[in-house]
Design a protein around this ligand. Structure first.
Ligand SMILES: [Zn+2]
Length: 375
């Protein structure tokens, strides 16, 4: 909380120095925060895009999977496709055995939904004694290349690709008995572990050096750019953290008491979020009704899962950081206990088997720069 308060004070001072409004409202915060972020880190998407040509990023994510798990990806042109923009790969494991078919559908087109996601056409399962290997796909909406310019990704899009590929790995590595319990068929707060953990590699020089090269000059991404990416990722992390915790607490509060006792939606909301809301509530608004991750969307007290998944992924990634981001011993343990195990056992059992203990929430605070101590 003290980090969030300090960040807010810093922002208020910045707004004052820039002749912003004196009577600050909630909606002023993101606008000025974005301006301050740009000034502090002097790095924007356009500066980074040339280092993230789509083909290079794909090679980078494949190389990451190769170094961690020994997987190889062979492009196939003989597999039927639902659209010509889709690319298909045969994936082989470290022993050279067929692991999965991987589909990549990266560009927008008429009728295609916005956003990015992973999906599975065939789930892994054992059927009639045969191990049916999965067919999984990741779908994104990156800018399509033109004749004169390749598809150049923003850093956010790079992390999106790694994120979705992490889900795809979960699907491809599946090795259980029942289709309903393998791959990504796990509890809601565990499904984001394989995806979120893979995003961590995007912030590591050792990984970026594998693929982040200028598309025209071939020059590797400068170290100070990498540092700025890391620094800016923690910009106002205190405020971001209490915002998520506030929303999760509100969601949980709605679903953990007798609605009969709640007489005013607005008053209830204000009392629940008093600890995490640093700005005065806007009378005409109501987060409980407008935030679409409380009642709709199937969350219903599940919104905490995003933050909890961050706790697990930060702690799991520290296991890699301790021994090396491509360390085989840690990668093998993660493959065995998380990626290939699906929902065959309770996540806490699987996680403890991987890490040797429960997840330490301090790992996330360390990564977010909210406590200063080394691992
Ligand atoms: Zn995800």
């Amino acid at each position: 909380m003290s980090f969030a308060k300090d960040e807010l004070e810093e922002l208020k001072a910045y707004i004052k120095a820039n002749n912003g409004p004196e009577d600050l409202k909630k909606w002023d915060i993101p606008y000025y925060a974005e301006k301050l972020k740009k000034e502090k880190f002097a790095i924007d998407d356009e500066l980074l895009r040339p280092y993230f040509k789509l083909e290079n990023v794909i090679e980078g994510v494949f190389e990451t999977a190769k170094r961690l798990y020994g997987f190889t990806f062979i492009q196939r042109n003989d597999i039927p496709l639902y659209h010509k923009d889709v690319t298909t790969y045969e994936v082989k494991n470290a022993q050279g055995e067929f692991l999965a078919v991987f589909y990549a559908d990266f560009f927008p087109r008429a009728g295609k939904r916005q956003g990015a996601w992973m999906t599975s056409f065939v789930n892994q399962k054992i059927e009639n004694g045969e191990n049916v290997r999965p067919h999984v796909s990741i779908v994104c909406n990156f800018t399509k290349p033109t004749e004169s310019k390749p598809s150049l990704l923003s850093f956010d899009e790079v992390t999106t690709l790694f994120h979705e590929f992490g889900h795809a790995l979960h699907g491809m590595c599946a090795n259980g008995q029942y289709g309903s319990l393998t791959g990504t068929s796990v509890y809601w707060d565990f499904v984001e572990l394989p995806s979120q953990i893979l995003e961590n590699w995007c912030y590591e020089k050792e990984c970026l050096d594998l693929f982040a090269k200028h598309y025209q000059t071939g020059e590797a991404i400068p170290s100070d750019f990498i540092q700025k990416i890391v620094d800016s990722s923690n910009f106002q992390s205190g405020l971001a953290t209490i915002r998520q915790i506030g929303l999760a607490t509100l969601d949980m509060a709605w679903h953990s008491q007798n609605p009969k006792d709640i007489t005013s939606v607005k008053d209830f909301e204000i009392s629940v979020t008093a600890k995490t809301d640093l700005m005065p509530s806007v009378p005409e608004t109501c987060t409980s009704c407008s935030f679409s991750h409380i009642f709709p969307g199937g969350y219903s007290s599940g919104y905490y899962s995003y933050k909890w998944a961050e706790v697990i992924d930060a702690d799991a990634f520290e296991a890699f950081k301790e021994k090396g981001i491509f360390n085989q011993e840690v990668a093998t343990a993660f493959y065995k206990n998380v990626l290939s195990a699906g929902g065959s056992e309770h996540p806490s059992i699987l996680y403890k088997r991987f890490r040797g203990r429960e997840a330490d929430p301090k790992a996330l605070l360390r990564r977010s720069g909210l406590i200063k101590e080394s691992v």
